[in-house]
Design a protein around this ligand. Structure first.
Ligand code: ADP
Length: 635
């Protein structure tokens, strides 16, 4: 066309024409240069696709500099593929309409593929003659990748949603279902397609409608994150299904709602079983509130173990420390009880024996607690166990009391034996002792004038030793009888103390001891024994005073958890730590008889009395710095 036109005009005209064309071309390329600051690649070519201009963005996108690209043919620099059409189609459209727009894949200098959105327009001169093309190309690789990723993640979510055993739904802000997974069929009895587009309220049970709408409104107004509630819906067949739902509302930065989605679980069966369980536990005469009964629900097929809030308290766990499966529960069972417990679970699942057992659990801080557990097992039509729902409650207190009782009983047995032995021994020993003392008396009387001083002194030693043996035997007898006639009474320790101080009057005034006695409680105890306990401790505190120092004795009581802790302390000679245990052993003394007299039975008595009450006794002391004797008496 161009040449034909040129032939028709004269030489002068031809020259003018050429100049005009050149000017026009230059103008166009000048404009293209102006486009250097544009972020899209702008490329202009002549009719034979020779590159005439190549802006900075083009250099960046394709990796060819302006100098490298210019005057080269387009396909020498950038190879272009048309994923959705053909080159011929594109050229055809370009010639017909003077433009083409679409997605292309191009190779850059490094040979990488880039996704490009290309807009090509025809360049014409003033006569309308086609002289080239200009392309505006935008890199859409990132957008493409993001789109791909989104598609992939949508697909993944959809697969997840479809394989979930929970109902998963999405509604619009009007409450119409946009999406439901296949679980809808199980819960509502309808195919998801039958429900999509319908309002969720149509499927609500009348009783549940108002509270659920309220929750829905709440979610719309303030909701961000998850809202949890229970509701009732009506199944296609008319039955009521109880749902445990979580709703998630997500919003954009401006606070507009992007989506309202949720999950729901059918808890009809669980609720029914819980009610059955409550009855069951009541049968075991447990006041559920007082005993803090935890409820658990184990879906055996899915191995999901759901705990109510009480269960977490019972196991001393935070919610995030429990992974909601059987393994996570077993991790907290005392190792010695694990095998037996697993056996019990197995027998229950096989339907051989009802699950009714006891085991120990270990808290994260190492505390051991005793748990009683009951459960019922649900089976499918084939007789396979599908669910196990049960209760746990902590009976550590009862167990400890029981263990205490057993210990007390064993102690009593031991004491009885000892008592019998001590009784026999002291009884049998008293007889020869009496004989020894009788003969010593006889010797003294009959041979008074015949014995010399040394013989008399020796006889005196024998007599003293016999007296001491008598004391020891009587003490032993007393020890063996502690608790044999015990009578539990309410005792005001203040009254008890003042009587004891009266009794010890002589010893107290001789030593000039002073007492600081704090207000003491009324306790349940054995009167005679407690009296002996205080008496022994006080008289030791007076006896083991420092020479030439006035004894100061303090007596006090502190209320601890479930017991009273008494303290009798003095400013006496003190006891070295290495002896502090042995002093409670029968006949153990730390001093020769002529320095501090005694039988070594007092603290053994004290220990026996305290243990008789279910308490403990110990001492804190340093030599020369006084001693503090502590003992506990349960409330
Ligand atoms: P006894 O007083 O008859 O020696 P105990 O069984 O009462 O026997 O005490 C055993 C030992 O414990 C005493 O011999 C003494 O060494 C030490 N002891 C007991 N009470 C005190 C005290 N308050 N201060 C220092 N030592 C004590």
């Amino acid at each position: 066309m161009n040449k034909v036109n040129l032939k028709r005009i004269d030489k002068k005209g031809q020259k003018e024409m050429e100049n005009a064309l050149k000017e026009r071309e230059e103008q166009l390329h000048y404009q293209a240069r102006l486009l250097d600051n544009v972020s899209d690649a702008v490329i202009s070519t002549d009719m034979s696709f020779r590159i005439k201009s190549w802006n900075r963005a083009a250099a960046q996108l394709y990796g060819w500099s302006v100098e490298e690209a210019k005057e080269k043919k387009m396909n020498e620099v950038v190879q272009t593929f048309y994923p959705k059409t053909t080159r011929e189609e594109v050229l055809k459209e370009f010639h017909e309409n003077g433009e083409w727009k679409g997605e292309v894949i191009q190779k850059n200098k490094a040979g990488d593929n880039i996704n490009v959105l290309s807009s090509v327009a025809a360049l014409r001169d003033s006569t309308g003659t086609l002289i080239g093309a200009v392309a505006v190309n935008r890199d859409i690789s990132q957008r493409k990748q993001a789109e791909e990723a989104l598609k992939e993640s949508e697909l993944r979510h959809r697969i997840l949603a479809e394989s979930s055993h929970d109902l998963i739904w999405e509604i619009d802000t009007e409450g119409n279902f946009i999406y439901l997974n296949s679980e809808a069929k199980n819960i509502y009895g309808y195919e998801p397609e039958e429900m999509i587009g319908k309002n969720f309220a149509e499927f609500m049970a009348p009783d549940s409608l108002v509270p659920t709408m309220h929750e829905f409104q709440r979610a719309l107004q303030f909701g961000e994150g998850s809202i949890h509630f229970e509701s009732q819906v009506i199944h296609k067949e008319g039955k009521v299904v109880l749902l445990d739902s979580h709703t998630f509302v997500s919003r954009d930065k401006a606070g507009n709602i992007c989506s309202i989605m949720g999950t729901a679980q059918d808890i009809t069966e669980r609720k029914r079983t819980e009610a059955e369980l409550l009855k069951l536990t009541q049968r075991f005469q447990i006041s559920t509130k007082a005993a803090k009964v935890g409820i658990w629900d184990w879906d055996i097929k899915k191995d999901t173990l759901i705990w109510d809030d009480v269960m977490f308290t019972l196991y001393g766990l935070q919610k995030e420390q429990f992974r909601e499966n059987q393994k996570s529960w077993l991790e907290h069972i005392h190792l010695d009880d694990l095998e037996n417990l697993l056996q019990k679970v197995e027998l229950a699942l096989q339907g051989v024996k009802e699950f009714d057992t006891e085991f120990r659990i270990v808290w994260p801080d190492g505390t051991v607690r005793f748990i009683k557990a009951l459960a019922t097992v649900k089976y499918d039509q084939d007789g396979k166990a599908t669910r196990m729902v049960g209760t746990n409650w902590d009976f550590t207190k009862e167990k400890e009391a029981e263990q205490q009782k057993i210990k007390a009983y064993q102690l009593e047995l031991k004491n009885k034996e000892l008592e019998q032995f001590a009784y026999m021994a002291s009884h049998d020993l008293q007889e020869p002792l009496r004989t020894v003392r009788g003969f010593v008396g006889l010797l003294e009387r009959r041979f008074q004038n015949k014995l010399d001083v040394e013989a008399k002194e020796l006889l005196n030693y024998v007599s003293q030793a016999a007296d001491r043996m008598d004391k020891l035997i009587k003490g032993l007898l007393q020890y063996s009888r502690i608790g044999s006639n015990k009578m539990l009474t309410a005792l005001d320790c203040n009254v008890l103390l003042s009587k004891i101080l009266d009794d010890l009057n002589a010893q107290i005034s001789e030593s000039d001891a002073s007492f600081e006695i704090a207000p003491l409680p009324v306790i349940n105890g054995y009167k005679t024994e407690l009296r002996a306990l205080f008496q022994n401790l006080i008289s030791n505190a007076v006896k083991f005073r420092k020479p030439a120092q006035r004894p100061i004795i303090q007596i006090s009581a502190q209320k601890r958890d479930t017991y009273w802790e008494f303290c009798v302390s003095d400013n006496g000679i003190g006891i070295a730590p290495s002896f502090q245990e042995q002093i409670f052993v029968i006949f153990q003394r730390l001093h020769p008889i002529d320095v501090y007299e005694g039988t070594g039975l007092g603290l053994a008595h004290c220990q026996k009395i305290v243990e008789l009450h279910g308490g403990k006794i110990w001492v804190k002391s340093q030599p020369g710095q006084g001693s503090s004797f502590y003992f506990t008496i349960p409330e």
